[in-house]
Design a protein around this ligand. Structure first.
Ligand SMILES: N[C@@H](CCC(=O)N[C@@H](CS)C(=O)NCC(=O)O)C(=O)O
Length: 251
């Protein structure tokens, strides 16, 4: 049985590992049995001498162990499962242009959307009343690969300019998604694919930053479509971020 290493929200003060939910959603979509190994972020994931780093030297989740084959990087795990499990064939065609269209979105998420969110999250804190990046928050952001946090909180004008630039980048990312969904139900076309799993997990994170997607109706309708799937409904962070959108009138 696949072992799935993650950080669940229950005992984690920042709501668990969003990237890892891509894998648990995939495993549920294909009906694969798996064992969840819930790690403590501070004591098991981050320490450079931890046992876990022998599996994943990055000190990040997700990681899977499929009968001795250890794999990390959420997007690659999605592709691996799609190609090794017959039940997952519909989630990534074996050849043809649609396959590369889908893989393009997996790559774009890892190289563009997720990094833009990672930059914007700490900058948002600088814009909140009494917001400041305290020592614990700073350690968390540094572990998550966000070194620019060290430059924040010293100059209010520069923080504001950087936050506005980060929001502008994210708004453009939503515009890219909006155009891609024109006339389509899903990113690969008519059918749900691994691209929808990856982007379905990260897209709603922007709601935590108060980013409004009302001017992007295709993205909204796609998100609502994705939200009907039991695998997403079972995912606490996704449901929480969608509830924030509803509460704050962002969709
Ligand atoms: N590129 C990696 C990124 C994984 C990642 O950033 N995971 C975060 C959770 S969402 C993590 O493990 N953070 C560890 C920490 O905060 O110490 C992937 O896509 O799998």
């Amino acid at each position: 049985m696949i072992k799935f290493y993650t950080i669940l929200p229950d005992n984690d003060d920042i709501g668990g590992a969003r990237q890892a939910t891509k894998v648990s959603i995939m495993l549920q979509e294909i009906g694969e049995e798996f064992e969840t190994i819930d790690l403590d972020r501070r004591s098991f994931v981050r320490p450079r001498d931890s046992e876990y780093r022998k599996l994943n030297p990055n000190g990040r989740v997700p990681t899977i162990d499929d009968d001795g084959f250890v794999l990390w990087e959420a997007g690659t795990i999605l592709q691996y499962l799609a190609e090794t499990r017959p039940a997952a064939r519909a989630l990534l065609p074996a050849s043809g242009r649609q396959r590369f269209e889908i893989l393009k979105w997996i790559s774009w998420d890892g190289s563009t959307m997720t990094p833009d969110l990672v930059i914007a999250c700490p900058l948002k804190i600088t814009q909140e009343a009494n917001g400041f990046v305290g020592a614990d928050m700073e350690a968390m952001l540094l572990a998550a690969g966000c070194a620019p946090v060290l430059l924040m909180g010293h100059d209010a004008e520069k923080d504001k300019a950087a936050w506005e630039q980060a929001v502008d980048m994210l708004q453009w990312d939503y515009h890219v998604l909006e155009m891609a969904l024109k006339g389509k139900r899903y990113f690969g076309g008519d059918d749900f694919s691994i691209a929808d799993i990856a982007l379905g997990v990260v897209t709603p994170i922007a709601f935590l930053l108060g980013i409004d997607i009302k001017q992007h109706p295709n993205v909204r309708n796609w998100l609502l479509r994705v939200a009907e799937r039991p695998s997403f409904q079972n995912t606490y962070s996704f449901m929480d971020h969608m509830a924030a959108a509803e509460r704050d009138g962002l969709m």
